[in-house]
Design a protein around this ligand. Structure first.
Ligand SMILES: Nc1ncnc2c1ncn2[C@@H]1O[C@H](COP(=O)(O)OP(=O)(O)OP(=O)(O)O)[C@@H](O)[C@H]1O
Length: 257
């Protein structure tokens, strides 16, 4: 008589970011209304929603660029809304941000732009900083732009240079606000490939705000769907399509809001 054992392994993944009951306002305008969501390690989470629904505000509140009115934001289990500047700096040191505009400084070269976070946050010797800058530019396939100025770069090259700067300090979590906005479809697809390779090669957790349907299909492990400051849905793309939420169905049918 055979004896059968069934071994079932449960792997419980702890969230890297836990947001609970987040309320955000600008003056009297409530922009985020009771948002609760977890973001998990090694995943690409895409924040979706119509223009003005609060996507960028969510990023800004998570990073405390704008202070939430109430709620809780935990990074790696640590409540960040109580932290002072020095403690917050330690958390920020582990995060990279690619702003919507790219936010490169125009008066200095790509090399100097990427050098800024390394000089500000580390005491590394110059030869090592130079090496890191080369490695990061190589990672985004932009080695040739080392000594160019942002004004000499195309839109896609600027985004890649800004991405190299965002990952200069090897962040554990990367935030990208509309990375493909204003780019042609091929360049946008290339940027998505870069984002995917950061996830695969460097095991980064990545949070992306985007409207681009093709991008969402290429990169999203999870989506957060916002409407008028409320979270309508959080889960995988497949789950979203089966959830029977009219606004989400319309988005995936029409391809835009
Ligand atoms: N600094 C600010 N002061 C006052 N109101 C603001 C400010 N920033 C954003 N808002 C308002 O908050 C709401 C949400 O803006 P937010 O930029 O978060 O939207 P979004 O979903 O990222 O939009 P988009 O897709 O167009 O970038 C909008 O009504 C906007 O006008």
């Amino acid at each position: 008589m055979g004896c059968y054992f069934q071994l079932t392994l449960f792997i419980i993944m702890e969230p890297v970011i836990s947001i609970r009951n987040l309320i955000a306002k600008y003056g009297d305008l409530t922009v985020l209304d009771d948002i609760s969501v977890d973001i998990f390690p090694g995943e690409i989470t895409v924040i979706l929603g119509s223009s003005g629904c609060g996507k960028t505000t969510l990023l800004k509140n998570i990073l405390r660029l704008v202070e939430p009115v109430s709620g809780s934001v935990k990074f790696w289990g640590e409540e960040i809304l109580d932290l002072d500047d020095v403690q917050m700096e330690k958390i920020l040191r582990k995060l990279g941000v690619l702003f919507q505009s790219g936010a490169l400084l125009n008066s200095i070269s790509v090399y100097e732009n990427i050098s800024i976070p390394l000089e500000l946050h580390t005491k590394l010797p110059r030869p090592l900083i130079d090496r890191i800058i080369q490695v990061k530019l190589n990672l985004v396939n932009l080695s040739e732009a080392l000594y160019k100025y942002p004004s000499e770069l195309s839109g896609g090259m600027k985004k890649r240079a800004a991405l190299a700067r965002a990952i200069a300090l090897d962040p554990q979590i990367l935030f990208c606000d509309e990375p493909s906005a204003g780019l042609d479809p091929l360049t946008a697809a290339y940027l998505d490939e870069l984002i995917l390779s950061l996830k695969k090669q460097l095991k980064m957790t990545i949070v992306v705000v985007t409207h681009e349907l093709a991008s969402i299909h290429r990169i999203a492990d999870k989506i957060i769907f916002l409407e008028e400051g409320k979270m309508l849905f959080n889960g995988t793309l497949e789950e979203a399509k089966k959830a029977g939420i009219p606004q989400i169905d319309t988005f995936f049918e029409v391809g835009r809001f």
